[in-house]
Write a protein that binds this ligand. Structure first.
Ligand code: GLA
Length: 370
């Protein structure tokens, strides 16, 4: 039995393929260089003691016998839920401390980073051998069943399986993952993340209602998921005839067109056609803004100003309703774009956004074990 284990798992940026993962669709995320470190130490009682360096005055303690969904909330729910998701009965307690530099609530999957980081450490601490893809499944189980957010599997897969200098083409229906080179720096580009600091809470219901509408669209078409649609035009006109709710049609249109854009982006990346990648990002943003309606004024402003000041492409990333935008920017313009977005936010009376360049990084790993 290992007594102290340290692990690390990254947050993610999704290059393209938004709100497609719970529709059996395609996504193209990358793990980033920011993430969450976990330190797990064995205890000789049956208590789970949880600490976060970012919340120094709080220690959350749960008896293993009381570890059920709803027993804790806030940041500790992601830690406790990861332990709960382990496929074994624990015989003694643990002290678990997390420390992260991925911004919280910024649409960069700090939650998946916590879940994956805690799971990687705990799996080692209890002496299990579980493959990374399976750990991602346990992390998703934590998020869906313990925290209670009906997300897809993109974030946890990116956090566990990310690769340096790559995005992952993840086919959520076939469950296949293909790393696609994302060597934009060699071509003179950077991927700028603009955390708008506008509130972003998937738990608020906007995410769940989008998911429910997509499921209704699939049901109305008689398919298990929207991915099974083969003729987009026919499906959309059938939907318009069978429903009086225009949202059902527009939500489905976003998902169907977004899947096409993900595959086109993966192809353009392999052929190093970055202008085309940029155009696809812009179409994705417009579709998320107009058809899926998950953008917000701060995200639209970030995208608009980035494009006006020289970005090759820009879009919101993640679940939406706030959070972060990303911009594909010729390297020499990164500072100009950043300054212009910040100035416009100040002029609009909003909080100044946090901007940084994302580095596509490898996924979760053990750091120390003894
Ligand atoms: C959140 C969810 C993901 C995915 C995105 C939207 O990040 O956790 O599963 O659905 O939103 O693409």
């Amino acid at each position: 039995m290992t007594t102290t284990v340290k692990s690390w798992a990254p947050g993610r940026v999704n290059l393209i393929g938004e709100h497609t993962d719970y529709n059996g669709g395609f996504v193209l995320p990358m793990a980033i260089h920011l993430g969450v470190q976990t330190t797990v130490t064995i205890r000789d009682d049956r208590m789970l003691v949880m600490k976060s360096v970012q919340v120094p005055d709080q220690r959350v303690i749960v008896d293993l016998d009381d570890l059920v969904p709803g027993c804790v909330d806030g940041w500790a729910a992601y830690v406790a839920g990861a332990v709960w998701a382990l496929p074994i009965e624990l015989t003694h307690g643990f002290e678990i401390e997390i420390d992260g530099d991925v911004p919280l609530g910024a649409g960069l999957s700090s939650s998946a980073a916590v879940e994956c980081s805690v799971l990687v450490a705990m799996v080692e601490a209890v002496g299990l051998e579980i493959a990374p893809r399976e750990i991602a499944r346990l992390a998703k189980k934590c998020e869906n069943e313990f925290v209670g957010v009906p997300t897809g599997s993109m974030d946890q897969v990116a956090s566990m399986l990310g690769r340096d200098e790559h995005v992952l083409l993840f086919d959520t229906l076939e469950d296949s993952i293909r790393p696609v080179p994302f060597e934009i720096q060699h071509a003179g580009y950077e991927l700028l993340v603009i955390d708008t600091r506008a509130s972003h809470a998937l738990i608020d219901g906007g995410y769940a209602s989008r998911r429910a509408t997509c499921e209704l669209a699939a049901q109305t078409l008689g398919v298990a998921t929207l991915r099974e649609v083969t003729d987009m035009e026919l499906a959309l006109s059938t939907l318009s005839q069978r429903t009086n709710d225009p949202n059902v049609v527009s939500r489905a249109r976003h998902v169907l067109t977004e899947n096409v854009r993900v595959l086109a982006t993966a192809k353009a990346l392999t052929q190093r056609r970055f202008e085309e990648v940029g155009m696809l990002m812009v179409s994705s943003h417009e579709s998320l803004r107009d058809d899926f309606e998950v953008s917000c004024p701060e995200l639209d402003c970030a995208v608009e100003v980035a494009l006006e000041t020289g970005a090759t492409g820009a879009r919101m990333t993640g679940g939406g309703f706030g959070g972060s935008a990303i911009a594909l920017v010729p390297m020499q313009l990164t500072a100009t774009v950043t300054a212009a977005v910040c100035d416009q936010f100040v002029e609009n009376g909003w909080l100044s956004p946090r901007c940084f360049v994302a580095i596509p990084s490898r996924g979760a790993r053990l750091v120390v074990s003894h």
